[in-house]
Ligand binder design. Structure first.
Ligand SMILES: CC(C)(COP(=O)(O)OP(=O)(O)OC[C@H]1O[C@@H](n2cnc3c(N)ncnc32)[C@H](O)[C@@H]1OP(=O)(O)O)[C@@H](O)C(=O)NCCC(=O)NCCS
Length: 219
């Protein structure tokens, strides 16, 4: 795939390689989400645990290594750089996120719980480094992540409001299942719980008018 700053590879690491790459993933996560520094060790632990969930899948968007040119051409090539990542897994009872969300949904809208949470792929994280956002990488990650999944639906949580993430998810067919939901311990951070039928719609659709397409899918 080509960006306006060069080519980009999508890589699907197995769980051990994903865990090995966590320091780089957390750098992108930190740049994209700007979480309080004290939350990072806990986030890392959660990601390690997620990698052990059933049918775990991750996709990393990498800028390939560059061969040096000119006077320093003997030097080692510049290592690949991570532009963004996404991962998810099969959701089921006994997982923290699944249990708190389905408990609330059973209270508020039991039909929606039956519709969306019987056979679900949980999209846990999608992040693109701020320097690489707006070039189609987030969409490419989400499409690759959800491609060829056996589950009937994809579910996720994202901050409420008119965000780029919500725009991306909406354009892929995600709808609000719980428009405003606070996770235990975070009463002041409202999230929307969203769900979509799989496969996602929107594959190959045109980008919005006024925004240039940063790269073209060549795979
Ligand atoms: C949300 C995020 C993953 C999207 O990735 P991205 O590479 O920036 O997005 P893309 O370039 O693939 O754009 C996908 C869609 O998002 C929307 N979008 C992207 N940039 C936008 C902008 N500047 N303004 C408005 N909408 C925008 C558009 O709907 C776009 O669709 P299009 O292809 O029809 O134009 C990325 O911006 C990000 O990491 N944000 C910070 C972390 C975050 O919020 N993660 C999600 C947590 S749930």
């Amino acid at each position: 795939m080509e960006t306006d700053t060069g080519p980009l590879d999508l890589w699907e690491p197995a769980p051990p390689a994903f865990v090995h790459a966590l320091p780089a993933l957390l750098e992108v996560y930190t740049a994209a989400m700007e979480p309080p520094a004290e939350q990072l060790p806990g986030r890392r632990t959660i990601m390690e645990q997620h990698a052990r969930h059933p049918r775990f899948k991750a996709v990393l968007a990498m800028q390939p290594a560059e061969d040096p040119v000119g006077p320093g051409a003997d030097a080692a090539p510049c290592p690949p750089r991570l532009a963004g990542f996404a991962y998810g897994f099969h959701g089921h009872r006994g997982q923290w996120w699944f249990d708190v969300v389905t408990e609330e949904l059973r209270r508020r809208d039991p039909a929606a719980e039956r519709r969306w949470f019987r056979d679900t792929f949980e999209v846990a994280e999608v992040h693109v480094h701020p320097g690489m956002q707006g070039r189609g990488i987030g969409r490419a990650l989400l499409e690759r992540l959800t491609a060829a999944r056996p589950e009937r639906a994809a579910v996720l949580s994202t901050r409420t409001g008119s965000t780029v993430a919500r725009r991306l998810y909406g354009s892929c067919g995600f709808v609000d299942v719980l428009p405003e939901f606070s996770f235990p311990g975070s009463p002041d951070q409202p999230f929307a719980i969203m769900a979509a039928r799989l496969p996602l719609r929107g594959r190959g659709r045109r980008r919005s008018a006024g925004r240039s397409r940063g790269w073209r899918w060549t795979g």
